[in-house]
Design a binder for this molecule. Sequence first.
Ligand code: NAG
Ligand code: NAG
Ligand code: NAG
Length: 223
Amino acid sequence: MQSNLRLLTLLINLGLVHAHMAAWHRGMYCLNGTTPGVDNENASEAVRPVYQLPKSEWWSTSFSCALPSCDEFPPAPGDFIELPAGGSFTVEIAGNRGQTSLSYGGKYIANDLADDYSESPNCITSPNYHTQNKTTAAGTVFAISYQASECDIKQVTAENLVVFTVKYHTPWNRLTSYNVPAALPACPDDGCHCVWGWVPNHCGQPNMYMHPYKCKVIGATSS
Ligand SMILES: *[C@@H]1O[C@H](CO)[C@@H](O)[C@H](O)[C@H]1NC(C)=O
Ligand SMILES: *[C@@H]1O[C@H](CO)[C@@H](O)[C@H](O)[C@H]1NC(C)=O
Ligand SMILES: *[C@@H]1O[C@H](CO)[C@@H](O)[C@H](O)[C@H]1NC(C)=O
């Protein structure tokens, strides 16, 4: 386990592990990276996969980021993914923050590679989509937990997280929208926690990804 972590760290440092993906949004944990007080416009902590780590390492202590603890770097106060009941919300799926509209004034926004790759017979590896084409892309989900009032991400558990939206044939484009059920209940005043999840469908190396966000339901009519 320790040696796996060391190997992972080594590979990251060598730049051999790259082109993983995450859903970027101001409401995410680790938006600015994991150096206190530093806003890293090219942060990539969020894309670290959690495959083959023991659950204790990626859930209870660091929630989703393998290294280091993302739970200590919540979004700025007031930054949430807003979930309009009966509507949709949009995130940016990319390999690091530098490739999104959140950094460098959008100068390095990743191209949507869909067209370039649609004919590929092999697994697309850069960016690492883990799929041959859009049709076979595994799909990604968002789940929500209502337990996380008091802003305490440690109250989020597998038991109180509920998947509320699935987007088939993703990851694919950078801008990706997810539908919100009309009946999604309102969150406590200080919001809910959401989680983005992706388990690629065995194209290339097996992997799994998970990342936390603060979120809140807008215009909820049920409770
Ligand atoms: C961001 O980091 C990636 C490597 O993770 C690098 O390829 C890219 O050039 C960096 N972008 C900027 C704008 O520094
Ligand atoms: C991240 O950096 C942005 C831009 O500098 C800043 O507005 C925001 O408050 C920072 N977020 C956190 C959680 O520090
Ligand atoms: C997508 O990839 C799969 C697996 O290689 C293949 O069977 C399928 O024909 C491809 N679909 C398209 C639209 O290229």
